[in-house]
Ligand binder design. Structure first.
Ligand SMILES: Cc1cc2nc3c(=O)[nH]c(=O)nc-3n(C[C@H](O)[C@H](O)[C@H](O)COP(=O)(O)OP(=O)(O)OC[C@H]3O[C@@H](n4cnc5c(N)ncnc54)[C@H](O)[C@@H]3O)c2cc1C
Length: 391
């Protein structure tokens, strides 16, 4: 197979690069190092997303009827690669456009679409995803947060954990259950984070300022019209969201950029000729490119509207391996960057720490691939990996 971009796709990439060159300020690295959940990056991202919207690049993969341009999944991906390689200046809003919006487009009713989609398209809101709980991570279906049916809606009680961007979020894509067991009892509630009874507590972490949180719900009333889909349909919707998400984050593009910069610096310092360094660097580059090719295979399937297969899980695994290899290389051979010389290296390192846990643990990807490819017997099927709603 020979893989190449056609002229239109190449032009699209150049256009995105031009916008980035124009819109990223000289101190962007210093902003990015604070992390997408930080005040600094959120402020910047709001303005940046509005600019992307003006350039018709924020939601270009959405249908024309909702303000998009119906661009292909490949175009969407080219854009994602460029934005991630630049350190993802959309901040938390990548989640809005990559999977919240598409899920609302498919499953939202007319009122929900009219309310939420224009806000996302304008870059003026931040959604968080309320999936994980203290005893429901990989096994998502065991979540316990209660949504008791009451007159006109649901009364929510419970707690979520590791919720990215909750402190800044205006809305939450919340999973709760109407009965104590069973996937059919799970409901998806589109929650206004300002609702009385919602309490957000930040969890101090190494992975960026203000990134992860606990969220507590005490008698939070959610009107029935804020339920996404029918009762009993939530698992189908979650599965669809995961498919959208799986090709959403080209993290290898960021890893590759970090390596390219490292190679330049090593050349300047006269260390590039060291055979051990070249070998290690080459291995890390190979892992990034392997991840890229595996992800392209998933994108190709998607473009052909083929059903998702285990390749998505293997591609996620490859991305995690690449992230870790780059982070290890940089720590070993360019530790000065982590000590404060290179803000982007620090930002990459922070994201790599969470790779393999966030968005569904690495081992779960292997479990799913083993079951799907090798038909291995297993324990009761664990939940699908989580959408990559953060780094
Ligand atoms: C930076 C960060 C941001 C996050 N943001 C969000 C967010 O915005 N919203 C949200 O809902 N969640 C979020 N999460 C939570 C994330 O989705 C979970 O951490 C992840 O799904 C793993 O769940 P857990 O932490 O409960 O670990 P567990 O599921 O308890 O897993 C612990 C370990 O056991 C292994 N394990 C578990 N089950 C199996 C099995 N069947 N076979 C083999 N190994 C297994 C796992 O691979 C893992 O290594 C975030 C996490 C991080 C680190």
């Amino acid at each position: 197979m020979e893989f190449g971009w056609d002229e239109r796709q190449s032009k699209h990439r150049v256009r995105v690069r031009d916008v980035l060159a124009r819109e990223l300020p000289p101190d962007w690295d210093d902003i990015a190092v604070h992390g997408p959940g930080s005040d600094a990056q959120t402020e910047f991202s709001k303005g940046f997303c509005r600019k992307l919207a003006e350039e018709r690049l924020l939601i270009s993969h959405w249908p024309k009827a909702w303000g998009g341009d119906d661009v292909t999944v490949w175009d969407q991906f080219i854009q994602g690669e460029e934005l991630w390689a630049a350190g993802e200046p959309r901040g938390p809003q990548y989640m809005n456009v990559n999977w919240i919006g598409p899920v609302l487009l498919k499953y939202g009713n007319a009122a929900q679409k009219a309310e939420y989609l224009p806000q996302i398209a304008a870059g003026s809101v931040i959604w968080c995803q309320g999936f994980s709980e203290p005893s429901a991570g990989s096994d998502l279906a065991s979540l316990r947060t209660k949504a008791e049916k009451v007159e006109g809606g649901y009364l929510v009680n419970g707690a979520k954990i590791w919720t990215s961007y909750a402190r800044l979020a205006t809305h939450c894509f919340l999973l709760a259950r109407t009965a104590s067991t069973g996937k059919a009892a799970i409901v998806i509630l589109l929650l206004d984070m300002k609702s009385p009874g919602v309490q957000v507590k930040q969890i101090p972490a190494l992975i960026g300022e203000g990134d992860i949180h606990e969220v507590f719900f005490t008698d939070v009333f959610v009107p029935e019209q804020n339920r996404l889909g029918e009762e009993g349909q939530a698992w189908e919707i979650i599965t669809y969201a995961l498919q959208n998400e799986r090709i959403g984050i080209p993290r290898y593009a960021f890893s590759r950029r970090i390596l390219d910069r490292a190679a330049e610096k090593l050349k300047e310092d006269g260390r590039f000729e060291n055979p051990i360094i070249r070998d290690r660097l080459g291995r890390a580059v190979a892992l990034c490119e392997a991840a890229r090719m595996m992800v392209y295979r998933v994108v190709d399937q998607r473009a052909k509207q083929a059903p998702p297969d285990a390749y998505g899980n293997l591609a996620r695994w490859a991305i995690i391996k690449a992230d870790h290899a780059v982070s290890d290389f940089m720590t070993e051979y360019m530790p000065e960057g982590l000590l404060g010389e290179d803000q982007m290296q620090i930002a990459h390192h922070q994201r790599a720490i969470a790779a393999g846990i966030a968005s569904g643990a690495a081992e779960i990807q292997l479990n799913l691939a083993a079951r799907r490819y090798l038909d291995l017997p297993g324990e009761p099927r664990p939940a699908e990996p989580r959408p990559e709603g953060r780094r």
